[in-house]
Design a protein around this ligand. Structure first.
Ligand SMILES: [Zn+2]
Length: 85
């Protein structure tokens, strides 16, 4: 009994990828677009690179700021309406 005869059932990603059916599914999966937190649609394959971009980080910062600003303005508006009555 030699070790070379002992084949395990686990394939490497490369071996899986050689299967055209697997490749097709995998490509479809990574090309699928998902909505990022910053509001931009990004394909899965680009997501890891996208979250490191300045555009993404800037947009996220701004949307958080805008949210706070909006709540603050609402508060002021509510106060003004109350005071005018
Ligand atoms: Zn983003």
């Amino acid at each position: 009994m030699s070790d070379t005869e002992k084949k395990t059932g686990s394939k490497t990603f490369k071996e899986y990828y050689a299967d055209p059916e697997f490749k097709k599914k995998h490509l479809a999966y990574v090309k699928e677009k998902v909505m990022c937190d910053c509001g931009k649609e990004i394909s899965r394959s680009n997501m890891s690179a996208h979250v490191k971009t300045k555009l993404h980080q800037k947009k996220l910062d701004r949307s958080v700021l805008e949210d706070i600003e909006k709540k603050y303005l609402d508060m002021i508006l509510q106060e003004q309406i109350k005071n005018n009555k």
